[in-house]
Design a protein around this ligand. Structure first.
Ligand SMILES: Cc1ncc(COP(=O)(O)O)c(C=O)c1O
Length: 412
């Protein structure tokens, strides 16, 4: 099991007070906090070997290049990619998905083709496809949800058709906490010749990811959700697909030769990394991977399962609560969305904040999902490795007094 007290000491921000109350950080689905080793790696870079990469022969540049490329090799291991050439650094998950939309989809899809999404997707995995669909007369289809907030696959054989060219799905919902078993969908999509993109922005924090085992074609995630800095995302893609795709952004670094009127492009992965990247943060991302690897996903998952069960148990018993997400820990991560009857999530979020607790209140970049539930938003508490039962107890206590403050009777 995790030694949460020890882990907490690694995160300087967790010593902070909010209006005199110790910070309880439950907004990990938005972004995780950073351990000191990650923060130190950023200042170490700027203090000791700040230089641009790949094109310098001086010592600092070589050192920076080696460190930057070490992160790539570590990411390759982390998701079990076949080659470092399949690891593209982007700014975030959103940019990784846009890269696929602009580079692969725009050049391979035509009018009449279909893209299959689900009703639990984040805007990052919706809007790029809306734009493409408008431009190319592509049809977007959606896997609906069951009453217990899971993908309803009962009609999947009709949703997937010979026109389906791409299936783009989240592995874990950032609102519901649902973890999707995508095995059969991936098999069926491939049987029809469609590619599969996995949005792993949430999942990557909670479960080990093996792209070869998953057998998907593209996978996107952001480092800021796994203890790393903001500004660093990853797109993994099969090497053959990436090789055949045209560049996304063009300019320096992504070229092999440039003439007065044309250019040839660099090899993978540099073809997709135009301009100066976020060198310091890519290097610091390696420390986030090392930190996570040292703890190990087996312990992370066991900890989260216990904590989620504890939180669900407490929250579900509140008669005034409406839970949006599976009410058990089977195929479910530690993201818990709810509303208190008749209280607007923003009002409730404010009261929760007054207790020093950071949760998210709103639509969580999932407006279509909110519309489906006929609500404007939810409160979302999302747990990670430095949270413990005491954090949940404070939240539960705050919810009860919030109900009182807002003029309602607490039933329990
Ligand atoms: C499921 C999911 N997909 C995509 C994203 C977008 O991630 P980013 O803002 O890092 O691009 C998020 C962020 O919350 C997410 O939860």
């Amino acid at each position: 099991m995790l030694d949460v007290k020890k882990i907490k000491r690694d995160f300087p921000i967790l010593n902070h007070y909010i209006d005199g109350k110790p910070l309880v950080y439950l907004d990990n689905a938005a972004t995780t906090q950073k351990p000191k080793v990650v923060i130190d790696a950023i200042s170490n870079f700027y203090e000791n070997y700040n230089a641009n990469i790949h094109r310098g022969i001086h010592t600092l540049s070589q050192k920076a290049t080696i460190a930057y490329e070490e992160t790539r090799l570590n990411v390759q291991k982390f998701i079990n990619a076949k080659s470092y050439q399949e690891i593209i650094f982007t700014r975030n998950t959103t940019e990784s998905i846009n890269l696929v939309a602009y580079s692969w989809a725009r050049h391979n899809l035509k009018a009449g083709d279909e893209i299959l999404l689900s009703q639990m997707e984040h805007h990052a995995n919706l809007i790029p496809w809306y734009e493409l669909a408008k431009e190319k007369q592509i049809t977007l289809k959606y896997i609906p949800l069951t009453n217990d907030f899971r993908l309803d696959l009962s009609n999947i054989d009709n949703l997937l058709t010979p026109q389906t060219k791409l299936v783009s799905l989240t592995l874990m919902s950032n609102v519901l906490g649902t973890i999707n078993d995508l095995t059969s969908i991936i098999q069926k999509a491939h049987a029809l010749g469609a590619l599969v993109l996995i949005d792993a922005a949430q999942a990557i924090a909670h479960m080990p990811i093996d792209v070869q085992k998953l057998n998907c074609d593209f996978l996107a995630f952001s480092f800021h959700k796994i203890l790393g800095p903001t500004g660093v995302g990853v797109l993994w893609g099969r090497q053959k697909l990436l090789t055949d795709m045209p560049p996304f952004l063009t300019g320096g670094n992504m070229i092999a030769s440039v003439y007065t009127d044309r250019a040839t492009f660099n090899e993978l992965p540099y073809k997709f990394e135009a301009g100066t990247p976020d060198i310091a943060n890519v290097i610091a991302s390696n420390e986030a991977l090392n930190y996570l690897n040292a703890i190990g996903y087996a312990d992370i998952m066991a900890h989260e399962k216990c904590l989620t069960a504890y939180a669900l148990d407490i929250l579900v018993k509140q008669e005034n609560i409406i839970l949006y997400g599976p009410n058990n820990t089977i195929n479910r991560g530690s993201v818990i969305s709810f509303n208190l009857n008749q209280i607007h999530p923003h009002d409730l979020g404010q009261v929760i904040n007054d207790s020093g607790i950071a949760v998210r209140a709103g639509h969580h970049c999932c407006q279509p999902l909110m519309r489906q539930f006929n609500i404007t938003g939810t409160i979302r508490a999302s747990l990670y490795i430095y949270n413990d039962e005491a954090d949940i107890d404070i939240l539960a206590k705050t919810l009860q007094s919030a109900y009182k403050v807002m003029g309602h009777v607490v039933t329990r």
